[in-house]
Every structure is written in C-alpha cells, then in structure tokens.
Design a protein around this ligand. Structure first.
Ligand code: SF4
Length: 239
C-alpha cells in the first residue's frame, strides 16, 4: 500500500529489506522493481493451506499469493513466507511436505511466527510449553532436511539470543504513524519519530526501563516476554 516506502528502500542497496505482504499487490510495476532491486525481498503471509489463509486474510488471497510466487519464480527472484503458528495449524504448517512444496515453488525463507495473543479472548491459540518444544523440534528437523532454505522461528529463537530483543536491545518497531513501539507484539509507543530521533528513542528512559522489565522477567519460555509482563509495561506506558 505504501509503494513510495518500497521504492525508497529499493534505493538503499546495501541493506536488505524483507517486505511482509499478503501478496495481493504484486503487479507488473512491483515485479519489475523487485527484479531490479534484489535487496527488497517479499515475504508472503500465510496461515497454512488455502482455506486457513483465506479465513484470516480474505477470499482469494491464497490464490493471489500462489500467482505472485509463480511470477517471482519465473524471474528467479528470492522470496519467503511468514507463517503465524497457532494451536490450530501447527501440525499442518510444520509438516515437511508443506515446506518442501513451498521450496519447490521457489521459496527460500520461512519465518515461523508464534501466535502472540494481544487480546485475552485468543489465548487458546497461543502455543503452550509442550507445543513450543514440539515446534522447536519440528523446526530443527526442517532445517536439517532443507538446508538450502533459511528457516527462523520467532520469538522461539530469541531464547538462544538471551531473551527479548525489543526496545532497542536488538530492534524496535516504527508503526504506520511514526510511533516507536518496543516490538510489533508490544504496541506501546510513547515517542513518535516525527518529533524525536531514533537515537532519542534508543536512549530514552522508557526504552531502558522496558529492557529492564524484559531482563528481569521469568525465564524465557519461548513465548513473548513483554506480553507476560504486560501489566508492568502498561503501567510504565501510562506513567
Ligand atoms: S516483545 Fe515479545 S515478541 Fe517482541 S522481542 Fe520481546 S519477547 Fe520477542
């Protein structure tokens, strides 16, 4: 929807920009830009098969993604997928046949994004400790079998990186109105990039305290630390 942002990113050729998309806007112009600018890598959001993807993202979205993938493959353009993993689709999306099918279509990257509830009515979709262990094993097996693909699990892989990477420890998130959020999964923007710099945000007391909350949280169990500590985060945000 913000083609101007994609064009700006395409000009910064020494930085890789993964662009997460539902795939419905890969038209001829976009395809030509992606062909010229290999630093911009489309990442298609999928929920599993056609039925599961269309239920969440709208009728016909899966077919649009298939079409876009096939056009990218014809031109040899690298692309990836981002799959939200829930208790309802975990078995299907970690099945080797599902991922190898994507690989055969030209997909080179797969992000498994564990469902992080930001509303309490959807907590049943979040993976519990047993599910997370199962997902970890499935991802390791996929990495072994498909070594020509990059396969990442988020936030599960954070455990190996010492826990929560939000609030500038590893990254932060700028939302569509310029708000500086600790993470897309923790949408508490106290500062806006329209009125302060990236450095101001990174050096702010707010982000420092958020990093402390994450550091002092209970052992990282593969879920989202700032969601577990959401009451403290909300109090800090309101303060
Ligand atoms: S806020 Fe949650 S998802 Fe974001 S980096 Fe921290 S643990 Fe990971």
């Amino acid at each position: 929807m913000r083609y101007d942002v994609i064009e700006a990113a395409s000009r910064v050729r020494d930085i890789i920009f993964p662009v997460f998309t539902n795939g419905t806007r890969i038209d001829d112009d976009c395809l030509s830009l992606l062909d010229r600018s290999r630093n911009v890598i489309p990442i298609f959001s999928l929920e599993g098969d056609a039925a599961k993807t269309d239920v969440r993202r709208g009728e016909g979205v899966y077919a649009a993604v298939q079409k876009a993938m096939s056009r990218l493959q014809e031109k040899g353009i690298l692309f990836g997928v981002s799959i939200t993993v829930t208790t309802e689709n975990m078995q299907a999306v970690t099945d080797p046949s599902y991922i190898s099918n994507l690989r055969n279509m030209g997909c080179g990257l797969a992000f498994f994004v564990e469902y992080v509830p930001v509303s309490e009515q959807t907590e049943h979709l979040a993976l519990d400790k047993e599910d997370l262990a199962e997902l970890g094993n499935a991802v390791s097996a996929l990495r072994g079998d498909m070594s020509d693909m990059v396969i990442l699990s988020f936030p599960g892989d954070e455990e190996a990186m010492g826990g929560c990477l939000a609030s500038g420890r590893g990254f932060f998130h700028i939302n569509s109105v310029g708000g500086a959020e600790p993470c897309p999964f923790s949408p508490y923007a106290k500062y806006n990039l329209k009125s302060c710099s990236v450095l101001d945000v990174l050096q702010s007391g707010y982000f420092a305290e958020l990093r402390e909350i994450a550091k002092n949280a209970d052992t990282h169990n593969g879920g989202c630390t700032l969601f577990q500590e959401r009451n403290k985060v909300a109090t800090l945000y309101a303060g």
